[in-house]
Design a protein around this ligand. Structure first.
Ligand code: PLP
Length: 435
């Protein structure tokens, strides 16, 4: 636990140095694994989001909402596999479904009953999805959805938003650019900017294939869309003859039918991923009949693992038996309560930080006031975020390095006391740095 007496540093640099040293001292096996990994994996990893200095913590196992690292440190898992770990690490119903699927054999190279059952479940849940097809990742789902929009409209331009993340090939950071983005002709707009976005959509009419938007920017800082913004974008997109794509890869957990159901705003196409495959690799895109029917004969869409038996089996059980409408509502409420409590603690401490988000997803921001769109963090904000990360790990809380938390279903209010206590201790111990 953090003790204010153990945090004498008044300088942010000194505090960070000490936090990094403490981190390193507690993780010799993670450090050794990282240096070996770097010989065969560039940067020592195969997933940039897990890479950070001095080296990432390597996990050995998980159970429920707990994780054990290779050095035997134990954590409450609030990273939740960046939202894909909704079911925790050991849901017995999902494990049984996987064992059953394995017993019936892998790699059957054939259609089967499971994929249509899974498709029926998802079409029944998400109001905008009449028909659906599966992929193996959210990235793939988004690349294909955008390509579908181009085929259907006969146009090529895409409108996306600064700070939007639609996958490793469709990443539009708030500042700078991603050198490996897929080569779609993209116009970027500012999130929650109604006038600017509507004007951009209108001026692109005739060449615009699609507008792709997350109903809440996930990686971009858990910044929710103003419903008026989404409605204006939907109206303008339709008036321009283009296709509106909601990327609900992260936000679909906000209710049984995703953010679209919660807001009552329907896109033409929706993309899904993350937790929906019950923890197995998964992605999907779906939408209106008239759009999706291009796959009947006009457009091919193959993919060796699109209907792999593990993802189908785990996904059916996860969505049918585990993540019910009631479970989705309870998780949303748990997250709202947590964020409110955290923000009250921050406010009372007079500290320059807040937790932004919606339902079970939140990100810490080291600034006060409303946040409508992503911003370029100052070096001080970056350093504070790093310090927060190390202090949380030290208090046994595992979260995303960027300060994001994603609650999983096994997490209880009681578990979350550990987090609120760790945040209180951080506010207390680091008070001189947070004013
Ligand atoms: N879309 C959103 C909103 C995401 O948050 C992500 C991943 O974080 C993706 C798409 C890409 O999904 P995947 O990592 O499965 O390719």
């Amino acid at each position: 636990m953090l003790q204010s007496t153990a945090r004498p540093n008044s300088s942010l640099d000194a505090a960070l140095l000490e936090a990094r040293e403490r981190y390193t001292a507690k993780r010799p096996k993670s450090a050794a694994l990282h240096s070996e990994a770097a010989k065969v994996l560039p940067g020592g990893n195969t997933r940039t989001v897990l890479a950070y200095t001095p080296f990432p913590t390597a996990m050995a196992r998980g159970e429920g909402c707990l994780l054990w690292d290779v050095d035997d440190n134990i954590y409450l898992d609030l990273c939740g596999e960046y939202t894909a770990g909704l079911f925790g690490h050991s849901d017995s119903r999902i494990q049984a479904a996987l064992r059953d699927a394995m017993a019936r054999g892998l790699s059957l190279a054939a259609v089967g009953e499971a994929e249509q059952r899974f498709a029926r479940i998802l079409c029944g849940r998400f109001p905008s999805i009449d028909m659906i097809r599966f992929t193996n990742s959210g990235t793939e789902a988004n690349v294909i959805a955008l390509s579908v929009a181009q085929v259907v409209t006969g146009c090529s331009r895409i409108i996306a938003f600064r700070g939007g993340y639609h996958g490793s090939l469709l990443y539009y950071p708030a500042t700078g650019s991603n050198p490996i983005n897929a080569p779609f002709p993209v116009t970027l707009c500012d999130y929650n900017d109604i006038d600017g976005t509507v004007a951009a959509i209108r001026s692109a009419a005739g060449e615009l294939a699609a507008v792709i938007v997350e109903p809440m920017l996930g990686s971009g800082g858990c910044i929710a869309a103003n419903p008026l913004f989404l409605t204006a974008v939907a109206d303008a997109t339709r008036a321009a003859g283009a296709i509106l794509i909601f990327d609900e890869v992260m936000t679909s957990r906000m209710s049984a039918g995703g953010m679209q159901e919660r807001l009552g705003i329907l896109p033409d196409m929706t993309t899904l991923g993350k937790y929906i495959g019950g923890g197995m690799s998964f992605g999907a895109f779906g939408g209106r009949h008239d759009i999706m029917e291009i796959f009947v004969s006009k457009v091919p869409h193959a993919g060796t693992f699109n209907n792999n038996v593990m993802s189908m089996a785990a996904g059916i059980t996860a969505m049918e038996e585990v993540f019910s409408a009631a479970a989705a509502a309870d998780l949303f409420a748990l997250g709202e309560g947590l964020r409110e409590q955290l923000n009250v603690i921050c406010e009372k401490a007079g500290a320059t930080l807040q937790f932004h988000g919606l339902g079970s997803l939140a990100t810490v921001h080291f600034r006060r006031g409303g946040i409508e769109r992503p911003y370029a963090s100052t070096p001080r904000e970056e350093a504070l975020k790093e310090l927060f990360f190390f202090d949380m790990l030290d208090a046994g809380i595992y979260l995303a390095r960027r300060g994001m938390t994603a609650l999983s279903l096994p997490t209880t209010k009681r578990d979350l006391v550990q987090f609120t206590t760790a945040v209180s201790d951080f506010l207390d111990g680091r008070a001189p740095l947070l004013r």
